[in-house]
Design a protein. Structure first.
Length: 264
């Protein structure tokens, strides 16, 4: 499988900064990072399978996404990478490290994510709305059938409730999500909700930074505590005016964190 089937924006010069997007939110959601950081970093921003310009060219699983990203890093001979995964992008990063090791990675940044999305009787740190296997089956059945209604809802839940979001940011979210193909998104959602990376995170091989929106509508403080208690070299960064998308809601603070990591 050739990494060149993965559409990648490769902009800027300097230390490699790999930015991996979330479900239904392709690489364009990192515009604010590319613009601010391309003078300090080489920004590598893929569209994952099922998303953006990659669309249906690769198998629609987290594992296939992880393999394709790894291949893209290997093809470019990138090392000392700052790897940043937002939401589903964090799971793709974990799968890549689990399958290919972390030799190319120097630091990892997760944006507002849990190692296991679905809740069950022994795990209550999945999504705050209590999504479990049974409810997830209903959602999977609705993705294609109800798609007309979903993009606006998904876009709203990205951001902190009750705080203003710049109209250009809200508009980008609505427009990009509405342009997605639910037939491709459904298997990716099925794959991402099947993942459980708790064992990997307990032995995570590189420094781990969790950027968390303290007003996230998706994940709560239990997720932050779990990381603090379980991840070896753990660093917490709380964003008080953010929901699930701190890189879009508080971009200056977020970009300055990434710039510091890039400069080492």
């Amino acid at each position: 499988m050739s990494g060149n089937m993965l559409h990648i924006r490769d902009e800027g010069t300097g230390r490699p900064l790999v930015l991996i997007h979330g479900w239904s939110c392709p690489g364009r959601f990192f515009e604010g990072q590319i613009g601010a950081l391309k003078t300090d970093a080489r920004c590598i921003v893929p569209d994952l399978p099922g998303h953006g310009k990659t669309a249906g060219r690769l198998p629609l699983t987290i594992e296939a996404a992880a393999d394709a990203v790894h291949e893209a890093l290997a093809e470019r001979e990138l090392n000392e990478v700052i790897l940043c995964g937002w939401s589903m992008g964090a799971l793709v990063s974990y799968a890549m490290i689990e399958r290919h090791g972390a030799d190319r990675i120097s630091q990892f940044v997760a944006i507002d994510m849990t190692p296991k999305v679905l809740n069950d009787p022994d795990w209550q740190n999945g999504t705050l709305n209590g999504l479990n296997a049974e409810l997830n089956d209903h959602f999977l059945n609705a993705i294609v059938a109800d798609w007309a209604k979903l993009p606006a809802r998904i876009a709203r839940r990205l951001f902190a409730e009750g705080l203003p979001v710049p109209e250009c940011v809200a508009e980008l979210a609505r427009k990009e999500i509405a342009a997605a193909d639910p037939v491709l998104l459904k298997p990716m959602w099925s794959s991402l909700t099947a993942q459980d990376f708790r064992p990997l995170l307990k032995a995570f091989p590189v420094p781990f930074h969790l950027v968390a929106g303290l007003r996230s509508q998706l994940y709560g403080s239990g997720v932050h505590r779990w990381h603090a208690d379980n991840v070896p070299d753990f660093h917490f960064h709380g964003f008080e005016a953010s929901g699930h998308a701190p890189h879009m809601e508080e971009p200056d603070k977020f970009n300055s964190l990434l710039r510091n990591l890039v400069k080492g």
